[in-house]
Design a binder for this molecule. Structure first.
Ligand code: PEP
Length: 242
């Protein structure tokens, strides 16, 4: 199974366009057991986008179920809106909004308690030596190392220098990170790659890295491009079955 997840970030700016993107993907994706597709639109569009084939996720969540928390969206609201997944700890939330590990851990716990699968995003901020990368990643994933209760988390490795820059990460570096995770974590988590992924570079990553799929940002808003990535993933998954 290959997971293809699309993070729409703070796009598009109106429901008409959101429906156009979502239902173009929904109409053209035949749905099968080899590729699992989900999109992560802004909160306000969630209730208006519905499909059996294309699953939904949220880009963020608050850790309490309800109450006096102005501006927040709870896991119960996400469930009610049909979300199966939720992104947690995306680098744009860590470094633009200022989310820290304490907040990220609460959000992870809240998702798991409320039966939402969290996609925990992590990755080094800058191109530094692998020794430093390991220290940074270990800090970001420390609660996975300490607690086994996080076994249903999906990981998304997204080196920050690759996000939205066109600088896709080297496959050898992705493999180094995957090996590091294997050695450090006592559970085999599903791991996605994200960072400037498109239909031209996804095949190489699938072939060279032992990855479970992708978290696609910018390219997930371009329906033709996103459908192409899905098609490549389908062909790859089929070829693996032979
Ligand atoms: C992301 O925001 O999760 C992401 C991977 O973005 P992009 O594909 O645009 O680099």
């Amino acid at each position: 199974m290959v997971y293809i997840f699309g993070n729409w970030k703070c796009n598009p700016t109106n429901l008409k366009k959101a429906k156009e993107i979502f239902y173009t993907i929904e109409k053209n994706f035949k749905g099968n057991k080899k590729v699992h597709v989900a999109v992560f639109p802004p909160f306000v569009f969630l209730n208006s986008l519905n499909s059996e084939k294309v699953k939904k996720g949220a880009q963020d969540v608050f850790w309490e179920k309800q109450g006096a928390f102005t501006g927040e969206i709870s896991p119960l609201m996400l469930k009610d809106a049909g979300c199966k997944y939720c992104l947690v700890g995306h680098s744009e939330r860590r470094y633009i909004i200022g989310e820290n590990n304490e907040i990220i851990e609460k959000k992870l716990r809240s998702c798991l308690e409320n039966k939402i699968v969290p996609i925990l995003c992590f990755g080094e901020r800058e191109k530094v030596s692998f020794g430093k990368v390991k220290i940074e990643i270990k800090e970001q994933l420390k609660f996975l190392i300490n607690y086994k209760s996080f076994k249903n988390v999906i990981l998304a490795y997204e080196p920050v220098f690759s996000i939205g820059t066109g600088l896709v990460c080297d496959t050898s570096h992705i493999n180094d990170v995957l090996n590091f995770l294997k050695n450090e974590l006592n559970i085999k988590y599903k791991v996605l790659y994200g960072g400037s992924l498109n239909s031209k570079n996804c095949q190489e990553i699938l072939e060279k890295c032992d990855i479970n799929g992708f978290l696609v940002g910018g390219a997930s808003l371009k329906t033709r491009e996103f459908l192409k990535i899905i098609e490549i993933a389908e062909k790859y998954a089929k070829s693996k079955e032979k």
